[in-house]
Design a binder for this molecule. Structure first.
Ligand code: ATP
Ligand code: MG
Ligand code: MG
Ligand code: MG
Length: 580
């Protein structure tokens, strides 16, 4: 039992200007978090408790599904990433540091990175020692701080630069076993989000159809989300708009056009990327920029744009022809595993333009495109597009995403669209990471053959989930915590702190609630009742018990559930038995 007078719960009447959305305002007003820097937050005691509860519910569901908790380092030697398939693309989002103790800067050749996710680490960690098929069929997870240098952190914990993730990784001997593991994890995710009190949907997500991989996202419907989901209730179809639009979009350019293959597309007279960058844009040497590839009617296009995280935001000046590497549409579609009529946009980034000097477009595309992140970003996947010479931002209206009312691919009935927050993402990886010779994960099968493990990865944004709960569970007065994640489950407000009888009853009811397994906070502050009730609504503890005043004289206490309007007057004896 904790006492408010000794606690640190700095509630605020007004929400600070930095907060735009309800859940962010309430995180601050209820004294759960404070901002330290852009996208960087500290959890105050109440916030830390709620966060811990979300983590623990997650751990319970992971353990129940047979996964094992481990803990990997957050600071990892860069060579692990350099050996993997997405070093160039992922560098943009990674914090990179020099040798320990050196002044923090972005070194050209960093020795360490702060982990944004851990496929590159877990694969050799497990793969280095798992030698037999008997070592397969294992799933590991960790609950860890992750670091991503998001271009535009926003909405508090929703898109932060430092955040808490549960990341899990599975290693199986066969494709079928990997699919079973994936399904078991999907089931655990459903239980987890349900216990968090969230209404959510699981939707098909982009993967790029390569190597039999597939993927689902767990989405919390909310207007403040960054994703769009299309669905049809009757047919049960639900997908991220990007997936629905493309059906084909690779998450990783390396998958669709491995470095070796790109050279095959050599075309005489191809412009250098340097020229392209200079002519239409005049991009200063030190400025980051990106390349987008478009598949038009019969050509592959690459478009260089200034640093931006979404196409909508790109200040696309009219382009000097950005055709880099003509190839027939059939070649492209074959390479992408795609269907004619669809379009893929592939985005890569390079920070150091000097690296591109004198490099031919093909090579530049390989450099920037290796391990692409664009597949799952807004407006990156467009349909039936015809890139013209004078492409500019306004013309992006012509590139269309799947719209509400378009036919459902299963039933043909009209699709609906809903904005949503991505709280979890699971992915059947196949052998993309395991097949690496040095940093991979292989095992010897029953017949003595060396095989790459079939992997899956499973992420939950723990801190984003916490805020999503608040976004979905609040009213005009404050948070309405679901039971399992509430920082405390019972709040006892004593209106007469220091009065012997009231204190004794508080202690007694608090002990009864604790004995029943609930966590208890006592508001014993010397404040007016109205002030305490306001705070109680704001911090949103599920069950409120008020002791004191006239009720106490009548042998009664008041009980009120935060999610219900009515207050119940209950005899002291009944209150005790209610709690037990
Ligand atoms: P987003 O599309 O929102 O950028 P993502 O697809 O890049 O997310 P994943 O790589 O799938 O994220 O990571 C797994 C989970 O981690 C996500 O489903 C999300 O809940 C959470 N997450 C990712 N980025 C952030 C962030 N910047 N702040 C908080 N949580 C995040
Ligand atoms: Mg992201
Ligand atoms: Mg995403
Ligand atoms: Mg994701």
């Amino acid at each position: 039992m904790d006492y408010w007078s000794k606690h640190y719960i700095p509630t605020l009447k007004e929400s600070p200007a930095e907060a735009e959305i309800d859940s962010h305002k309430l995180l601050l007003r209820a004294g759960l978090v404070r901002k330290i820097g852009s996208g960087i937050y500290a959890f105050l005691p109440l916030g830390a408790k709620a966060l811990e509860n979300v983590k623990n519910v997650c751990r319970e569901e992971m353990d129940r599904a047979g996964a094992m908790e481990l803990l990997m380092p957050a600071v990892v030697p860069a060579e692990y990433w350099k050996a993997g398939p997405r070093w160039n693309a992922a560098r943009e989002i990674m914090y990179q540091v020099g040798s320990a103790g050196e002044k923090a800067e972005l070194p050209e050749d960093p020795q360490f990175v702060l982990g944004p996710t851990h496929e590159e680490i877990v694969t050799p960690l497990i793969g280095g020692e798992a030698t037999s098929y008997r070592d397969m069929g294992k799933t590991f997870y960790q609950v860890q701080t992750k670091f991503r240098n998001e271009i535009r952190p926003r909405y508090g914990l929703m898109r932060a630069r430092e955040f808490i993730m549960k990341d899990g990784y599975s290693f199986d001997a066969t494709d079928e076993e990997a699919t079973d593991t994936y399904k078991r994890m999907a089931g655990a995710y459903e239980k987890f989000f349900a216990r968090c009190g969230l209404k959510f949907i699981s939707v098909e997500a982009d993967t790029g159809v390569m190597g039999g991989a597939f993927s689902h996202e767990f989405m919390v419907p909310a207007e403040v989300g960054d994703d769009d989901v299309v669905y049809n209730i009757e047919s049960g179809y639900a997908a991220n708009v990007e997936k629905a639009t493309s059906g084909i979009i690779p998450t990783d350019f390396a998958d669709i056009a491995p470095a070796g293959e790109i050279e095959k597309f050599e075309t005489p007279g191809v412009k250098t990327i340097e020229k392209l960058a200079k002519e239409p844009f005049n991009i200063p040497a030190d400025q980051q920029f990106k390349t987008l590839l478009f598949v038009g009617d019969d050509k592959l296009f690459a478009v260089v744009v200034r640093g931006c995280d979404q196409v909508e935001e790109a200040k696309l000046a009219s382009l000097g022809y950005s055709l880099l590497r003509p190839a027939t549409v059939d070649e492209i579609f074959e390479a992408m595993g795609a269907y004619p009529g669809s379009l893929g946009a592939v985005k890569g980034t390079i920070k150091d333009r000097s690296k591109l000097d004198g490099v031919y477009a093909d090579e530049a595309v390989r450099l920037v495109g290796n391990g692409v992140t664009g597949a799952n970003e807004k407006a990156m996947h467009l349909k039936n597009v015809n890139v013209s010479r004078d492409l500019d931002i306004d013309k992006f209206g012509d590139f269309r995403k799947v719209q509400a009312g378009e036919p459902c691919p299963i039933s043909g009935q009209p699709l609906e669209i809903q904005r949503a927050i991505e709280v979890g993402h699971i992915f059947k990886l196949g052998t993309k990471y395991s097949e690496n010779t040095e940093y991979g994960a292989h095992y010897v099968d029953k017949d003595g053959n060396r095989q790459p493990a079939v992997m899956g990865c499973y992420g939950i944004g723990i801190s984003r989930t916490l805020q999503s709960i608040i976004e979905q569970c609040h009213d005009k007065n404050g948070i309405v915590w679901p039971w399992h994640v509430a920082p405390y489950q019972v709040l006892i407000i004593t209106l007469d702190p220091g009065m012997e009888e009231a204190d004794a009853l508080t202690a007694k009811l608090g002990a009864a609630a604790e004995a029943a397994g609930a966590t208890v906070l006592v508001d014993d502050r010397e404040e007016r009742p109205g002030f305490k009730f306001k705070d109680a609504d704001l911090i949103g503890i599920p069950l409120r018990i008020t002791i004191g005043g006239r009720g106490l004289k009548n042998g009664e206490v008041e009980m009120k559930w935060r999610d219900q309007g009515d207050m119940m007057k209950v005899s002291i004896a009944d209150a005790e038995s209610t709690l037990v």
